[in-house]
Write a protein that binds this ligand. Sequence first.
Ligand code: XIL
Length: 415
Amino acid sequence: MSKLTTLTLTALLLAMGNAEAQTTLRALADAKGKLVGTALPSQYIDNPASMPSGYQPTLANEFNVYVSENSFKMSELLPNAPANPFDVQISDLSTAKIDTLVARARENGVGMIRGHALIWHTQAPSWLTTSVTGWTSDQITAFATSYIKAVVTYCKSINDAVDAPVRIYEWDVINETIDKTTAKDKKRARRSAAKSSFGYRTGTWYDGVADRQAFIDAIFRAARNADPNLRLVYNDYGIEFYGSPKCNFMLNMVGGMVARGVPIDGVGMQCHFQGPDTSGAGGFSSSNAEKFRQTFAALRALGLEGIVTELDLWLQTDSATTEGKVTSQQLALQGDQYRLIVSTALSEPNCPALVLWGFTDAYSWIPWAWPGWGHALPFDRSYAKKPAYEGITNAIKALPAVVENKASSSTTTPP
Ligand code: XIL
């Protein structure tokens, strides 16, 4: 072999090696017809130039769907009291927040955005929590439905633009409205037939609605009326494992909605999971995986999608206050557990998307929200890939070439 041929061959092999090394989550997921996404902190959305240099390339390379970690919450979209709170208008909204995320997606060649979240008990504007105490049940519903109509109609105008490069294809219509029943609720429940340990969350700004389920039905209908093509999702944590009381309540709730013809397309399972502790014990087990699989199956039987909306897998650190250190054994186990979670979810035909709640440990809510835990995401603080990245990659690679993305009797097709 001539020297030149050897050199050419070497260059070719190197190039092939690089191509393999450069395979990204996004490329792998595209090939399997799945969405793999990340939440974006407001700091990035508002000012990408302020981020460390490793942030942007990793973001742009790795993900094909974005969600705003905070910017689409009501405190951001409706910071000031509207002239008529019972008939919220698009002009009352801070639509610039929406435009900015759409612009970031466009810059990165990402066409899909999940909206999170229209109605939530927290991160509501302070003008609302103050005024709502004087409103009637009908007024609370009028506020919520007109707010949803305004936001969804605005997003629809973006989606409907000719050749729209970016679509806000889905919204979490209500977030975390199921909770453990309080002692007071339990007392009330003892007098009635409903004795579940879970029920509709209390202590919310919308506690004043007379019939909570009628309120939920009304807000989903408002969203569907404003945009018939929008995917509508119920989102919550702690509902992932079939057979748990909270999962049961959720399945009954969404099952009832389906039976009444209320428009709902899927359930978002947040998937904020505790991983291995400092001794390497605990985390996402194969028996969790089986129960997780059964939840997807139960949703499928209702004609609903199951979406992984906020995945992170936390490690217990050696410090109870600041984000301390973890062991290489914990990181390896985290990789195995990420693989199991991702393969369980994305193997299901009614799971079209898996979204991480951020991608780098440098921007993760875990260390400050859950002191003593951290290191929850697939890239470390310096944007180096952790074993978790490998776990996710391997899970996506092992999926069948075409996993049919559908619920059994979904009314609208995903984009
Ligand atoms: C969290 C964000 O990550 C934080 O930055 C913010 O301060 C509080 O909210 N469930 C949800 C998300 O639905 O909106 C939450 O996000 C995490 C838990």
